[in-house]
Design a protein around this ligand. Structure first.
Ligand code: GDP
Length: 440
């Protein structure tokens, strides 16, 4: 995410970081580089200019040149400004009303249908919400099918009316269906066009007027850069929407849309999409995003993601198994699956401070666990729960079955044994013992 921008900002600020004292010339040079980095990331020219002007004013106001660590203070000022530019505090969505109605808008291909599913899934996981998805794209039967596929995948009901070509009537019927059947959130997916046009704008504004949603969200593909900002303006003029959803931030986006959109339409970015899977949704926190852009990682989000996947009941079961020495490969597999659900590996790595920069040229693909999973799948259930019986003929068979080598099987076994030992130690109040071991 934003690798290029991060790199360039890092280079621009690097000059200042190491210095005990800096000069006005240093600062001016740095700001020029910062502005260039923003422009390269496709940030709107005026915004980039205002940004550096503000940073400069703040730097002068805080007497950067005479402080003890001027470089660090500059980084902080840039970070604060970047946060401010992207929206200050995070803003949630309005879920008042019963049902609360959420209207999705945006161009075709921006990720509306995918995001509707992600949001439904996100709300459903909050336990108190029972969402209904409503398919209002009357032009493309495939779009209705797509929403049904998404609904099936996440276990959320989808309301559609294939014979009907009036999106206003369908959305109203959807809301009535929700009221009659105890759904407390209605998410309405609408038709998009490839570019802004009058027919589409009229249609979405008619729906908007007829159903008066609690929340109107504008979905935009972050890969579209400056265009994203222009499209946002056009939709905002008609809908006066409540918030922006930036999708496809997992891709190689330059970041311009994320940085410019808030100040152009003066509406907060509320969520981001970071992948095609239903779990790839994150609340947008400007400060955390600024940290990530400046290569400072985002440990808070990483921990939150881990917590989301954490199931207390499962954890208790696991603890018992470890205590009884029954932790097997099936449990190991489950752990891997949980990690995978946390999201795209490279994205996760980027949340560790410093790691994003270190790993930027390393190709971590999402199939990092493929080999391990294949090996475990090639074991019999008995072998999985009793790894100690794995002798060499079994290992040869497993290697063949999984398309790996005996060496790889051995390596996995070794890692597994080390892990089991470590877990056992942590369990038996051996935390201290382990600390001693680690200290050597
Ligand atoms: P719609 O026409 O606005 O409903 O867009 P879709 O939801 O059909 O999305 C268009 C394409 O973008 C699909 O192939 C999605 O899988 C993909 N997509 C949507 N959101 C994301 C995202 O956050 N990351 C990535 N990588 N792909 C996405």
């Amino acid at each position: 995410m934003f690798n290029n921008l991060s790199d360039k900002l890092d280079k621009a600020l690097h000059v200042l970081k190491g210095h005990g004292s800096i000069t006005e010339v240093n600062v001016a040079e740095t700001l020029k580089e910062v502005r260039r980095a923003l422009l390269d990331a496709d940030v709107n020219f005026k915004i980039a200019k205002d940004f550096t002007t503000k940073v400069k004013e703040k730097a002068l106001g805080q007497n950067v040149l005479t402080t003890l660590q001027p470089g660090q203070l500059m980084v902080k000022i840039v970070k604060d400004e970047l946060t401010e530019l992207m929206g200050g505090d995070a803003e949630g969505i309005n879920l008042s009303g019963n049902p609360s109605v959420i209207l999705m808008s945006g161009l075709q291909g921006s990720g509306k249908t995918t995001f509707s599913g992600k949001l439904a899934n996100y709300l459903k996981n909050k336990k108190t919400k029972k969402p209904l998805l409503v398919a209002c794209d009357v032009y493309r039967p495939a779009a209705i099918d797509q929403l049904h596929v998404v609904g099936d995948q996440i276990g959320v009901e989808v309301f559609s009316d294939r014979g009907n070509n009036d999106p206003v009537a369908i959305s109203k019927a959807g809301i009535a269906h929700a009221k009659a059947n105890g759904f407390n959130v209605v998410i309405i997916d609408t038709a998009g066009r490839l570019a802004v046009d009058e027919v589409m704008m009229n249609e979405i504004s008619n729906i908007h007027r007829a159903i008066q949603p609690q929340e109107t969200l504008f979905v935009v593909d972050s890969m579209t850069g400056q265009d994203a900002v222009n499209t946002a303006k056009a939709f905002n003029d008609v809908l006066n929407f409540d918030g922006v959803i930036l999708t496809k931030l997992d891709g190689d986006t330059r970041g311009g849309a994320a940085i410019s959109i808030k100040s152009v339409v003066n509406k907060p970015i509320k969520f981001i999409g970071t992948g095609e899977k239903m779990e790839a949704i994150d609340v947008f926190y400007p400060a955390r995003m600024a940290d990530r852009i400046l290569g400072m990682g985002d440990v808070v989000s990483l921990v939150e993601r881990a917590q989301e996947q954490f199931d207390e009941e499962e954890a208790r079961k696991l603890q018992k198994k470890i205590a009884k020495n029954q932790f097997g490969f099936d449990d190991f597999l489950k752990q891997i699956q949980q990690i995978k659900k946390m999201g795209n590996m490279k994205d996760l790595m980027g949340m560790i401070p410093g790691a994003g920069k270190m790993l930027k040229d390393v190709d971590i693909d999402d199939d990092a666990f493929k080999g391990i999973e294949a090996i475990i799948h090639s074991m019999t259930p008995h072998e999985r729960s009793n790894p100690s019986i794995l002798n060499s003929s079994r290992k040869i068979r497993i290697g063949k079955g999984s398309g790996t080598s005996v060496q790889q099987v051995n390596q996995l076994l070794k890692q597994f044994n080390q892990m089991s030992k470590m877990m056992k130690m942590m369990q038996g109040g051996g935390g201290k013992k382990m600390m001693q071991m680690m200290k050597g």
